[in-house]
Design a protein around this ligand. Sequence first.
Ligand code: ADP
Ligand code: MG
Length: 395
Amino acid sequence: MNKRSLRDLPPQALDGKRALVRVDFNVPLKNGKVTDDTRLRASLPTITYLREKGARVVLLSHLGRPKGGPPPDPQYSLKQIVRDLEGLLGAPVEFIPDPVSGVPATRRLPRGGVALVENTRFWPGEEKNDPELAKTFAALGDLYVNDAFGSAHRAHASTEAITHLLKPAVAGFLMEKELKYLGELLTNPKRPFIAVLGGAKISGKIDVIRSLLPRVDELLIGGAMACTFFAAMGLEVGSSLVEPDRIALAKELLAQSGKKMIIPRGAVIAPSLERASEHKSVSADSIPKGWAVYDIDETTQHDFRARLLRAKTIFWNGPMGVFETPPFDAGTRAIANALVDAGKKGAVTVVGGGDSVAAVAGMEDKLTHVSTGGGASLEFLEGKELPGVAALENA
Ligand code: ADP
Ligand code: MG
């Protein structure tokens, strides 16, 4: 179902109005400094558009998982990001420490002015989707824009309950983009459509595999997840990361997937991560006892690359190996490069997840879409309805 977007609102619905925008400013911090401002930058198109149309922009976000309090833990205060945000906007940002007493400050904002409200999770009602807290938030704006795709899989006061109290309730540009590219994977992918799944555990991805299998032309498996499939095929896996309680499931998936599921032909192995320098490549049926799989081998890289270069749509989640520890980053880098090259040949390339997004850092402009969503993008691809999306008005 298409959602009504900020783009659909006439400019007079924005001019002078207080736009309450739920953003995802859940950024990593170290000693009070933002170490990665990707999520701040991702919100700029929506904020800038609203400012240009004369709106007063009031931003709402959570940050981390503050526990205990009151008083709330200052290490989770959004005050710490004000400077970074000001730098990116080239404009002052007024900080509102308390949504209850902050209403007059939102009314005093000039047209085009920006305010940031303290961490929504400092109030216990946020994660309970409490209508009373939603009412408090709703008083800060005249219309509601949700641009926090990364928080949309949770029904919280600032993402769900609020939409029943403050209208219009529409999608921001980042939300719109996420829904467009992830939505097309499920409904209308250009073919061939290939998904690449890796990462640590099959258990966390099983619903994604189930949802994607009937939709894709091929499903390429890497990462530690491949080892559970090796075990399901009766191969020795040494001391690799395997989920023994998922071997039966892996067997079942292999059986029902027919030729769609592509398992690595070989692996880069080592006795342990500490002994990475002893690494060597072996075929998948020759993993010795006492050795563990840490990456896909070169043969598999070439095989996966050749397949990906034939694709018209690619979705990738999960690194192919322990990419944090070179040389076990080679498989992951090879897949990243294959996506970029497939993109040059006209393929739509979408990356989602946490570590896989980190693995393509700096390459974003060579990919069609890098989801900021993490857990939300996986739940979306599992076919689940995201409460924060469902609550927005239909187009
Ligand atoms: P994402 O965050 O993209 O969804 P995951 O969290 O599922 O990905 O998996 C990422 C982790 O998987 C990385 O920390 C990586 O080191 C680990 N990993 C990948 N391959 C292996 C492997 N063969 N053995 C152990 N860990 C692996
Ligand atoms: Mg992860």
